[in-house]
Design a protein around this ligand. Structure first.
Ligand SMILES: [Zn+2]
Length: 619
């Protein structure tokens, strides 16, 4: 599914209060789902036809090894069905998200996902059958039947899984464990999001229940007195449940290792990266490079301390904006113009699709009662076009989110245009490159056109914070995640206290606690308990690698020539037609080297130079 997906913590906990009915919003600001199906009636008819077609798969069961012809016919049917299913599920998902309280639409969605399950069951024989036919015979088939050429890469990807597949009996037993394998995460989620007795505190004369959403809102408050209530109170609550959270995370890490070792992987990390075709080196190199570049982070923290006018910088001072947020509003029409200008370097075809997105109502712009919060792009409907859900409110964050989601949509549009369906779906590993690339170009454009110093400082500060939170902080998580898995793989046990001790050690290293740069109290060692991503099996490192790759590619486009632009377009055209690392390498960002990382650190340091220059001018 191409619903992206890399959620920030802030989004995860965001609450939106809206009081505008959907019918009050003019049509031009609502997405046009008629491009998918002209009416619900037509949709239902297509779904019924689809459901019938599923039965045709059965005749291939046990026959794929008979002849190239049978293999090809089965794959053709399978991908045709998949393609139609993508369109069906896109329709019902988008319709449901317009108004989560609309039970008709929810029902339509549930029914359709039942049909999707039926399809998954009916086609579940295909992969094991391909694997049992074996590489030699499959290659002979491909030679004999030119029509199978299209599926060559897809077939080789399936065959590669052979190494990690067990006997039929073992696989069946392993499949059954899925009934119990998400207990740790489910318990974590219930405890963290429902049962935690978060305290009620008084902030600015307002009584606030200090849950995750409130913490995210108040942690950046400019008043240090407020932050010094928020931080200890919030993490103090986690500290009380340190033992429970520790048991849960320990269970999760054991679970990861159970599946990794059962499937004959050398480590949990290898098992997590292998399905995405990402080498372990990309992960370990990220952690190493970040460690080598901590002095750049220390420089930023010192600058932050100076700009905030603090005697001592502590862990509670990290989220406060460096400069007062400039009061700037972008109405939706202006936002479109700015984005078209900012992305102009990408050429005519890119601009053509952007214009279509705005003119042909690919975007659901404004919030309304019951509408899903946050923002996403859905590029699943291969034969139609991408869609974007926004909750646009005119601030800088909204403008930047629009650029971000358009990055995903353009990635989908180009890949869907230039790749056959079977290779159109780009992987999670590269997904956030195209989106954060657009944020980079937007920031660059706004900076070049900023009229006053405050606006410049605001934009530069934004860039620095983005790099701190997306690269340094996520790499820090990645380092912690790797270490706890290694310990379990060595047979060591982990308690809540062990986890806090380790986390504190890492966080103090990153923030220069022992060097007197940022003071991290013992209490914040428990921060790991608050992070849901540690249950996502080596996920967070991709935030960092994506921004590193996109920063490098954006610098190439900003300072380079037509070749750099073409290489970038080559990347968004490529879907999953090669490994994600090869695709990025061809675009000029080789994540197996330190080059993209060096570019990013240069941008980070240049930005600080720029800020220091502006601050001097001010004095
Ligand atoms: Zn995204």
């Amino acid at each position: 599914m191409k619903f992206f997906i890399l959620m920030s913590l802030a989004m995860l906990f965001s609450l939106t209060a809206v009081t505008k009915s959907r019918s009050d919003i003019p049509e031009q600001f609502k997405w046009n789902l008629n491009d998918l199906y002209p009416s619900v009636q037509v949709f239902k008819q297509k779904r019924a036809e689809f459901s019938k077609k599923i039965d045709k798969l059965a005749k291939f069961h046990g026959k794929l090894g008979n002849s190239p012809k049978e293999l090809k016919e089965c794959l053709d049917l399978f991908f045709d069905l998949n393609r139609e299913l993508d369109r069906l599920t896109t329709y019902v998902s988008l319709k449901a998200d317009q108004d989560l309280g609309n039970s008709e639409n929810q029902k339509l969605k549930n029914e359709t996902f039942n049909v999707a399950r039926k399809f998954a069951e009916a086609s579940s024989f295909i992969q094991p059958e391909i694997i049992s036919i074996g590489e030699k015979k499959i290659n002979e088939f491909i030679k004999k039947d030119k029509g199978l050429q299209l599926y060559k890469l897809m077939l080789s990807r399936v065959l590669k899984k052979k190494k990690h597949i067990l006997s039929e009996k073992e696989e069946a037993l392993l499949a059954k464990t899925s009934m119990i394998s998400d207990t740790a995460y489910q318990t974590f989620a219930i405890l963290s999001f429902t049962d935690m007795p978060f305290p009620v505190v008084e902030l600015n004369g307002e009584k606030v229940r200090l849950n995750q959403a409130a913490y995210t809102k108040w942690r950046s408050n400019p008043d240090i007195k407020i932050r010094n209530i928020v931080f200890p109170k919030f993490f103090g609550t986690y500290k009380e449940f340190e033992n429970t959270f520790g048991t849960l995370l320990y269970s999760q890490v054991k679970k990861d290792w159970f599946y990794a070792s059962a499937e004959k992987y050398n480590s949990s990390l290898e098992a997590a990266l292998d399905p995405n075709e990402v080498p372990v080196k990309v992960y370990t190199q990220l952690v190493k490079e970040i460690n080598d570049n901590l002095p750049s982070l220390y420089r930023y923290l010192k600058l932050r301390k100076k700009m905030l006018g603090l005697k001592e910088l502590t862990y509670a001072d990290l989220y406060t904006p460096l400069v007062k947020s400039v009061d700037v509003k972008y109405d939706y029409k202006d936002a479109q113009k700015i984005i078209l200008n900012a992305l102009k370097p990408l050429g005519k075809e890119y601009a053509k699709y952007l214009n279509r997105a705005f003119a042909e109502r690919w975007i659901d712009v404004y919030p309304n009662d019951g509408k899903k919060g946050g923002a996403y792009s859905s590029g699943n409907a291969y034969d139609v076009h991408p869609y974007i859900l926004l909750n646009y409110n005119g601030d800088y964050e909204s403008l930047s989110t629009l650029a971000h989601e358009l990055g995903h949509s353009m990635h989908s549009m180009f890949s869907n245009t230039y790749q056959p369906y079977v290779y159109s779906d780009y992987t999670i590993f590269v997904a956030e490159v195209a989106s954060t690339f657009n944020e980079n170009l937007l920031n660059h454009y706004l900076l070049t056109h900023a009229k006053d110093r405050d606006m410049k400082l605001f934009l530069l500060g934004h860039l620095l914070e983005n790099i701190r939170q997306t690269i340094f902080r996520q790499a820090m998580f990645a380092e912690f995640e790797l270490e706890i898995h290694k310990r379990v793989e060595r047979g060591e046990a982990l308690t809540g206290a062990d986890l806090s001790k380790l986390y504190l050690k890492i966080v103090r290293k990153y923030y220069g606690h022992d060097k007197g740069i940022c003071k991290v109290d013992d209490l914040y060692g428990v921060e790991w308990a608050y992070i849901p991503h540690f249950y996502y099996n080596f996920y967070v490192y991709q935030y960092a690698t994506s921004l590193i790759a996109s920063t490098h590619l954006a610098q190439k486009v900003i300072h380079g020539n037509q070749k750099d632009v073409d290489e970038y377009l080559g990347f968004i055209k490529s879907g999953c037609s090669d490994t994600p690392i090869n695709i990025l390498r061809k675009a000029g960002a080789d994540l197996e080297t330190d080059v993209p990382f060096k570019t990013t650190m240069k941008v980070f340091n240049d930005t600080m130079d720029e800020i220091e220059k502006l601050l001097k001018e001010k004095n």
